[in-house]
Every structure is written in structure tokens, then in C-alpha cells.
Design a protein around this ligand. Structure first.
Ligand code: IVH
Length: 695
């Protein structure tokens, strides 16, 4: 099929005859299958077999474009979804473009200076002529026209090999299916598929109303649509196209510059972006960069910078390429995107530990491809330092994919009555007084057990997968349980009944039963998960593990004193004090009692092993352990009754050094801590070697 369709000299007549026979036969067959598939709902062949027929027809037609008829199934879009895209080897690679690192005006001078140097121009040579264009933020594609007929459209892929997305591209009204008579016999047009912001907003509005998936931003909208296997999907998306260059061509040499080339593309019916110019020298390039930056909000589509190309095609050829990037072009991007908006309100969020965080609610603003409605102000000090006030016009910045932030306030736009921000003196969630932590910027609600925000946070933390792992107990449900008073502490979770759950939103019999089963199942846990689940401040997963290993029993942990806590590797003053405070509070003790009374239990591995040769020893691991691996080594050490610390100190008994050990090894040598390798560790674990014998 495809390879048979290549014609050379003598074979061509015979080939032509075969094409003239095969093409109509394939069309008939495909139409028969379409009828069976769409009308009769009774497919006669698999999708893969159908794809093969379709591709064979495409291949014949692309080799004999004069045989293409408008009624051919290949010309009809919205056909059957393909299983996967065919690969397309680009006749000339689709290049990438070098990005100028300097986003300021200097970027233009840097590029111009490089061009002059590489062209070996003397200092007094006239200024180099460039075209300055926009750098569209969409998806690069290549369109192949033979004898004026679009026969293939492909994505860039890795530059050398892309994907055949012809069917999808044919759904774009901007892409001509046929070219006027003046078109050359062979022409590859390169350009960008993109989406306008207003089109995207309209599309999303409709999609939302119909409960369909929304598009995240114009770029993803464009790229995602073109890479849809079902052309009917692309057909519904408001996609557009700009041409900016060519790939291979035959009989397409009538012009000498990029500027003329763009005009010629426009004459053939391709949309060419009007925001472009011919510019001489670095200053003119920088001016274009700045002028387009100023117009950015009013231009209806996204572009992330501008592109400079040497205008003279002969000079372009002289400079050539460096790997996959031409030396004659550069992308001069804009710094992180910024947009102005207004602070409508400063909200106070209360976290699980009661920390109050000011958050600015913003008039929604589109920046860097997303609509931003909120930005954290971090804490009181930060908010005061930047003096963000309600009513202020602020510049929101979004660099790459990072969380949007308020870059600065526009002081000239401040309303006269705007008052400086101050933290509330009571918690907005529960009315308890708030306290500033000493030597800390954090302000915390004192309402611990009565503050709904803290209750919700505490239960959410308790139920999470890495803690008690209660499947199905998520944020929405917890919110309802707290709000209707059915759960105030984590212990209440274990007293929920079928009746309690029955009148919650979106809670059917089946999900209620599932949730109760998940709650029941969570009662069997490990001591370390239980400690972590309590949400004691500064006690994360790894501290919880260390504490569990050291104490083994809840009774002992509850009565632990400072000294015994500090003996745990990695437990310092802050963590020790936090544990003591937690268990000193009668209300916390009561919650813990109720949890235990509800039947929570754990198996206590470490303590069962009190007779182990390694009991009480502290190991620190560094480097790669080729046989065991770090995790298995850690588990086995714990199994043997020892502990694993994360840093080397006087309390460390052994440092196990694998391949490429880190600074822990130096530290061990410095402190005179015994260093062993993996083989020795294994012997210790097997009891073939004893600690005493080693030391
Ligand atoms: S010219 C010089 N012109 O940038 C290398 N590319 O091409 C040939 N791009 O992802 C490409 N706007 O989609 C060229 N006006 C423009 C462009 C542009 C955007 C993108 C293109 C590709 C990357 C490198």
C-alpha cells in the first residue's frame, strides 16, 4: 500500500492503473463499513482493521492527489475515531527556536550582536534587517499540500517525527483544503494552531452548561484538541491557525525574504498574523518587543514573547543551524505574566493547627493562562510589609506553573478610604481569642477543640490515607459532619451511626454502609499511624514512627518526660515539648481515651522484640545499599528492635555506609561512630555478629 504507492519512472503507468482501481474499491469498502457502524450499529470489522483501510486509502490518495474526490471518506471530517495516530517523518525537520535568556530590551541587542558576529560583519556595516513576529502560544504543525490539495497535517513531535493529525486539522476553517491555481506543486506550510481567549471562554460557558469537560487554557485547549483521536471532538473546538513559515517546497522560490514569504502565504489564503514588522537593528526589535507587550491584553490570543528572524533568506541559509535551532532566529520572551486587579476582600483562613492566614480575594483576572481569584498574603507581617489593603489595585504575577502571587501594590490607585490591614483579635471561625506565637509571625486561634475550622482540619488529617486511612471520609463530608454537630473531635468518628449519616447530602444507603465499614476497618492500625493521626504539632510521619518505636505503648508515651523524649533520635526540644503539652491537656487525654475505648488497636512490632540483639541501638543509613535498598534495610533494622535515625550524633551506634555515601560518613568518622557496610549489617541482622564483638 503506502510503499507501493511510491512511483518511479517506468513503473508509474502501472502504478497509476492500480491506484485508479484500488482507490474506488477502498472507498466503497469504507463506506460500507461506515454504514454498518453508524446506521446499523453493527460493525463488521474491528476499529484497527477499519483504520488500516482508511490509512491505505490516505496513502494512495497522497501519492495520487489528482485522484482525490470531494466525496472520498478521507475528505469528510468527523469520521470514525482512530485508534492511534500514524507517525509522520518530516521532510525537513521542524526546528525549535533558541530563547534569549534576557527578557529585557537587552535581549534584542544580545541577539543582534550575535548575528553580526556570526555573519562577521564589520562594526560600520549597516544594520541587519529582521522580521519581528509574535511567538504564538499554541501547537506547531506542518501542512503538506501536493498540487494544491491538503494531503497531510502533522504535529511537530520531536521535530523529526510527528503525528498525522490530518483529520483534526481539516476541521479548522482557517486551514485551506485546496489552494488557488498559483500554488506550487509541493508546499509544506508551517504554523501554529491556537485558540482565542474569548472563543475559549464562550466554549467553556457552553461546556459548563452541558456538564462537559472545561478547557484549562488556550494553549492546552489547542494542543489537546489536535491530539484527540476523534475528529468530531476537534471539530467542536474553536481552533484557529496562523502560518509563519514553510518546510519543503517545489517551485516556490520567487521571493528573497521572510517578509515576502509571509505575504505569499497570505495570498494563498493562509491567515498570517497582522502583528509583525520588518525591523532594522536591535533598537527597532526592542521597540517591537515593548510595543507588543503593551498590546498584550488587547490582542485576543496568547503569545509569550516575540520572534526575530533574519529577513534575508540567503543570509538565513548562510548562518544555518546549531543542532535543531536556527542561528538566524531567536525567541525574545516576556517575563512572568502579570496582570492588574483589585483586592475585594482580605479573608482569614484557619488551618488545622489554628494558624490564621490572610488571603486576598481578588476580582477574577486572567493571568498566565489561568483565572486567578485568590492569592495568599502569607501572614500579618508580610501583608503589612507590602501594605496590601482592601480596595487596592495589585499586580498579580504568575511565573510558569507556580501559584499566582501578588507582586506589588499600585500605590497611585489606592482609594482614599483604604485602611491598613490588621489581623482580627478573635478567630473568624469560632470567636476564640487569637494569640501570637513568641518569636514567630504565626497568629493562632486558641479555640483548639471548639473551633470548627480546626475540628474539620483535625478530622481530615486523622482520616487521611497515611494516617487512619478511612476511605470515603473526605473534606465535603467532614464539613457537613462538623457543621451539624455530629463530629466535634476525631473520636466522634467512631460513634457515627447509620442514622447520623442518613440525612447528609449525597449519602445513599450504600455509601453510608461503605463508610461505616471503612471506619470499622481503620480500627486496626499501627501505633505510628495512630500517633501521626492525632495531629500533634511538629509530629510528622517520621517523628511518629520514631516515637512509636521508642515507646511502644500508649501508656508509657502519655507519661513520658522530657528526658526520655529527648533520647529519641531526631527529637529535639520543640517536638518533645509539643508531645508533653498534648498529653498534659485533659481534653486531649479524653479524646485519646475515647479512641482506645472505641476499639482502636495496633500490633507493636518493635516491643515484641525486646530480646533482639539490636534492641535499643540506633542506626543511621547513608548511600545506596545495593542488596537491601534503603527501605528494606530500615524495616529490618526496626524489626530487630533497633531504631533508624536520620542524622549522625553522639547517640548513633552505627552508620551503615553504602555506595556514594554522603556527609553522614564524614560526621561518623569525626565523632568516632562505628561505620559498617551492608554485608556487615546483614550479619548483624542475622545475629551472626554481635554489637559487643564489634565495638
Ligand atoms: S518559526 C525558527 N515563528 O516556536 C524556527 N515559530 O518554532 C521555526 N512559534 O513550538 C519556527 N510562534 O510553534 C516561528 N512566529 C513564529 C512562532 C513560532 C510560535 C513556536 C513554534 C515552535 C517553536 C519553535
Amino acid at each position: 500500500m503506502a510503499s507501493g504507492a511510491k512511483k518511479t519512472g517506468m513503473e508509474s503507468d502501472e502504478e497509476e492503473c492500480r491506484a485508479a482501481e484500488r482507490i474506488p474499491a477502498l472507498r466503497e469498502e469504507i463506506k460500507r463499513h461506515d454504514h454498518a457502524y453508524y446506521e446499523l450499529d453493527n460493525p463488521l470489522i474491528s476499529d484497527a482493521e477499519y483504520d488500516a483501510l482508511f490509512r491505505e486509502l490516505q496513502a494512495w490518495e497522497s501519492a495520487h492527489p489528482h485522484l482525490i474526490t470531494p466525496d472520498s471518506p478521507t475528505q469528510r471530517v468527523g469520521g470514525r475515531p482512530l485508534e492511534a495516530f500514524a507517525k509522520v517523518i518530516h521532510a525537513t525537520p521542524m526546528l525549535s527556536i533558541q530563547t534569549e535568556t534576557d527578557t529585557s530590551a537587552e535581549g534584542a541587542s544580545a541577539f543582534d550582536a550575535r548575528v553580526r558576529r556570526e555573519l562577521e560583519l564589520p562594526d560600520d556595516a549597516p544594520e541587519v534587517e529582521y522580521t519581528a513576529e509574535l511567538k504564538f502560544d499554541g501547537l506547531a504543525i506542518s501542512l503538506r499540500y501536493e498540487r494544491g490539495i491538503l494531503i497531510q497535517g502533522a504535529t511537530r513531535g520531536d521535530g523529526a517525527v510527528g503525528e498525522d493529525v490530518t483529520q483534526n486539522l481539516k476541521t479548522l476553517r482557517d486551514i485551506p483544503l485546496t489552494l488557488p491555481n498559483a500554488a506550487p506543486p509541493l508546499l509544506e506550510v508551517r504554523g501554529e494552531v491556537y485558540m482565542r481567549r474569548d472563543d475559549l471562554a464562550r466554549y467553556n460557558e457552553r461546556a459548563r452548561a452541558q456538564g462537559e469537560k472545561l478547557l484549562v487554557n488556550p494553549r492546552n485547549g489547542a494542543a489537546g484538541s489536535i491530539r484527540q483521536l476523534n475528529p468530531a471532538v476537534a471539530g467542536k473546538r474553536p481552533l484557529r491557525f496562523f502560518a509563519y513559515g514553510t518546510g519543503v517546497s517545489e517551485g516556490w522560490t520567487a521571493f528573497k525574504t521572510q517578509h515576502e514569504l509571509l505575504l505569499a502565504l497570505a495570498a494563498l489564503g493562509f491567515p498570517v498574523c497582522e502583528y509583525r514588522e520588518v525591523a532594522r537593528g536591535a533598537a527597532a526589535l526592542a521597540q517591537f518587543h515593548a510595543r507588543m507587550a503593551a498590546l498584550r491584553a488587547t490582542i485576543p490570543f496568547d503569545f509569550d514573547g516575540v520572534v526575530y528572524k533574519i529577513n534575508d533568506l540567503a543570509l538565513q541559509r548562510r548562518l544555518g543551524f546549531r543542532s535543531r535551532e536556527p542561528r538566524w532566529a531567536v525567541a525574545h520572551k516576556y517575563p512572568a505574566e502579570e496582570a492588574a486587579t483589585v483586592v475585594e476582600e482580605i479573608l482569614i483562613q484557619v488551618g488545622r493547627t489554628g494558624a490564621l492566614t490572610p488571603v486576598a480575594r481578588l476580582r477574577p483576572v486572567f493571568v498566565g493562562g489561568v483565572t486567578v481569584t485568590h492569592a495568599t498574603l502569607h501572614n500579618e507581617e508580610e501583608t503589612r510589609r507590602r501594605d496590601v489593603r482592601v480596595g487596592d489595585t495589585v499586580i498579580v504575577r504568575r511565573a510558569g506553573d507556580v501559584i499566582p502571587e501578588i507582586a506589588r501594590v499600585v500605590p497611585e490607585a489606592r482609594p482614599e478610604d483604604a485602611t491598613p490591614f490588621s489581623m482580627p483579635t478573635v478567630c473568624p471561625e469560632c470567636g476564640s481569642h487569637v494569640a501570637r506565637e513568641e518569636e514567630n509571625t504565626v497568629i493562632r486561634c486558641s479555640g483548639g477543640l471548639v473551633c470548627p475550622a480546626q475540628m474539620k482540619g483535625a478530622i481530615l488529617h486523622f482520616a487521611q490515607r497515611r494516617a487512619m486511612d478511612i476511605e470515603g471520609l473526605g473534606e465535603k463530608l467532614i464539613e457537613q459532619l462538623v457543621e451539624c454537630g455530629k463530629a466535634r473531635t476525631v473520636a466522634d468518628v467512631y460513634h457515627l451511626t447509620r442514622a447520623d449519616l442518613a440525612d447528609l447530602e449525597r449519602m445513599g444507603e450504600k455509601s453510608a454502609a461503605n463508610l461505616l465499614a471503612a471506619i470499622e476497618k481503620s480500627k486496626k492500625t499501627t501505633f505510628e499511624r495512630f500517633i501521626f493521626a492525632l495531629g500533634i504539632r511538629h509530629v510528622g510521619e517520621s517523628t511518629a514512627r520514631d516515637v512509636a518505636r521508642s515507646f511502644g505503648s500508649l501508656a508509657r508515651l502519655r507519661e513520658a518526660d522530657l528526658e526520655s523524649l529527648l533520647a529519641i533520635p531526631d527529637v529535639g526540644e520543640t517536638v518533645a515539648a509539643s508531645l508533653i503539652d498534648f498529653f498534659a491537656e485533659p481534653r486531649n487525654r479524653a479524646v485519646v481515651d475515647r479512641l482506645v475505648a472505641a476499639g482502636i488497636s495496633w500490633t507493636d512490632r518493635a516491643r515484641e522484640n525486646t530480646a533482639g540483639a539490636l534492641t535499643g541501638k540506633v542506626f543511621v543509613l547513608t548511600g545506596v545499599l545495593p542488596t537491601l535498598g534503603r527501605d528494606a534495610a530500615r524495616d529490618q533494622i526496626l524489626e530487630a528492635g533497633a531504631r533508624v535515625g536520620s542524622s549522625v550524633s553522639g547517640k548513633t551506634d552505627y552508620v551503615v555506609a553504602g555506595e556514594n555515601p554522603g556527609s553522614k560518613l564524614d560526621k561518623a568518622r569525626e565523632l568516632g561512630v562505628p561505620v559498617i557496610d551492608e554485608a556487615e549489617l546483614i550479619k548483624l541482622l542475622r545475629g551472626e555478629k554481635t554489637y559487643e564483638a564489634d565495638s
